[in-house]
Design a binder for this molecule. Structure first.
Ligand code: ADP
Ligand code: MG
Length: 272
């Protein structure tokens, strides 16, 4: 359907309300690109305050799944609720309507995302990057947004870099600014897609420390990562994906020390 389809009722109106009170509920989530079926029916739930780590081989669909949670990709099947809302739809008088792109952006503003590549705006300072969305999207005054942005830069340990431009910052510092920028919208869910994979090894720790603090503060997080130490220490749950399905999931210690499936064992033997 086109982006102009906001007034089109969708066939099955039941299910606007999520089946549980988990913050993220994925039900048989499917995604194909043309004939390539990338997600083959993902079912999972993330409770409020839970840190879920997602591991799996390259090409298994981890990024695509996070992008579906954020509705950067439109599902080709199944349903996804975040914070009580069915992503991409609105319920009105017992019928479901597909949201327009602008309305999807509003739903998405409740979700923060941090990518492998710290894609900061190069022409804005660290402070400017963190203020951007609150000013542009939430129409906050610059004074209010700047004060909040300063607090966030302190929280990620970079108050002295407020006036620095991205090119003047290390990769680890840029990634911390990217986290502060995502937090500025006060999201109820934070998604991390291999946030430390592009960093020099000595810079990984400072970013993981910020994420650890965030988790300790009660943030609900989904983290695609190869950092098994982080997954074991900080994760409440661990999901192993392969070839577009969840092969196994459970407590990180369980999955890492005692994998039940051959595919999980084979993967872990390569990365541990
Ligand atoms: P992972 O993050 O686990 O490495 P991805 O979700 O990036 O895996 O990719 C899963 C599969 O989907 C890959 O085969 C990839 O080439 C394919 N894919 C991802 N995005 C697109 C797209 N926009 N168009 C076509 N194929 C895509
Ligand atoms: Mg990926």
């Amino acid at each position: 359907m086109s982006e102009q389809s906001g007034d089109t009722a969708v066939e099955s109106p039941e299910g606007a309300v999520p089946p549980t009170d988990a913050l993220v509920v994925a039900e048989d989530v499917r995604k194909s690109f043309g004939r390539l079926e990338v997600l083959k029916g993902i079912d999972l739930q993330v409770r409020r305050g839970e840190v879920m780590c997602v591991i799996g081989p390259s090409g298994s669909g981890k990024s695509t799944f996070l992008r579906c949670v954020n509705h950067l990709e439109k599902l080709t099947g199944g349903r996804l609720w975040v914070n009580g809302e069915l992503m991409g739809y609105r319920e009105r008088r017992g019928r479901l309507y597909e949201l327009r792109e602008k309305e999807i952006a509003a739903q998405r503003s409740d979700i923060g995302m941090v990518f492998q590549r710290f894609n900061l705006f190069p022409h804005l300072t660290a402070l400017g990057n963190v203020m951007e969305a609150p000013v542009q999207v939430k129409r906050q005054s610059k004074a209010v947004a700047a004060a909040k942005a300063m607090e966030l830069l302190e929280r990620v340990g970079l108050p002295d870099k407020a006036g620095a431009y991205p090119e003047q910052l290390s990769g680890g510092q840029q990634q911390r600014v990217a986290i502060a920028r995502a937090l500025a919208m006060e999201p109820s869910l934070m998604l991390f897609d291999e946030p430390t994979s592009a960093l020099d090894p000595e810079l990984v720790g400072e970013v993981l420390d910020v994420m650890r603090d965030l988790a300790a503060g009660g943030m609900t997080m989904m983290v695609v990562t190869h950092e098994m130490g982080f997954a074991r220490e900080v994760g409440d749950s661990l999901v192993f994906m392969d070839d577009g399905v969840v092969v196994e999931s459970g407590a990180p210690d369980e999955v890492l020390s005692n994998p039940r499936h051959e595919r999980t064992r084979a993967f872990l033997s390569k990365v541990l």
